[in-house]
Write a protein that binds this ligand. Structure first.
Ligand code: HEC
Length: 158
């Protein structure tokens, strides 16, 4: 019996360790009701073309707005990069289907190795089809150029 309890305890601790090593970034439910920070159109030939060519809007929740203003992002800050296709015609550029939703979630302890930010991408309109395969290292490596602003590129305009 003692041994069974011990085995059980070891299994539990192993599974929680495995879980701790691969923290998941949640789909940012409701982000379209958050604050719009900025937009940008990336044309073919831009260095960010693959995979970010398109029209994107950046959103932040209330905690992320605190970070944008102060430079220090509290845990629970979430930033969203909502990337859409676009069509050009009649001297206008219009939004089309969603390509992906990029997400950054701040949690100092969970995402220590990537600057305290968890990175994820969700394909198209899917809330479950995840795009990041390297724990966010590729995302983070580019975002490190923004160390001074908490690894965030976007600035809040007036
Ligand atoms: C090669 C560089 C590069 C890579 C790789 C990259 N990003 Fe970014 N990311 C940017 C730039 C530049 C912006 C700012 C865009 C703007 O000004 O509208 C940005 C903006 C963002 C934002 C909005 C917050 C901010 O920092 O402005 C999120 C969220 C985001 N990226 C998520 C991701 C995710 C998730 C990945 C990996 C799947 C990723 N990024 C990979 C360059 C990169």
């Amino acid at each position: 019996m003692k041994q069974a309890i011990l085995t059980f305890a070891i299994l539990i601790s192993l599974s929680s360790m495995a879980f701790a090593e691969t923290p998941k970034v949640d789909y940012p439910e409701g982000y379209r009701q958050w604050t719009h920070i900025k937009s940008m159109l990336i044309e073919p030939g831009h260095p960010l073309e693959n995979p970010f060519q398109g029209l994107h809007h950046v959103y932040g929740n209330d905690k992320a707005l605190q970070g944008l203003n102060s430079g220090a992002y509290p845990d629970g800050s979430v930033l969203v990069f909502d990337l859409l296709s676009y069509k050009q015609g009649g001297k206008a550029i219009q939004e089309e289907a969603r390509k992906l939703v990029g997400v950054m979630v701040k949690n100092k302890n969970q995402f220590k190795s990537t600057g305290g930010w968890g990175f994820e991408g969700f394909a198209g309109d899917s809330k479950s089809k995840r795009l990041v395969r390297d724990g966010g290292v590729g995302c983070y490596n580019c975002h490190t150029s923004q160390t001074k602003s908490g690894f965030v590129f976007s600035k809040m305009r007036k």
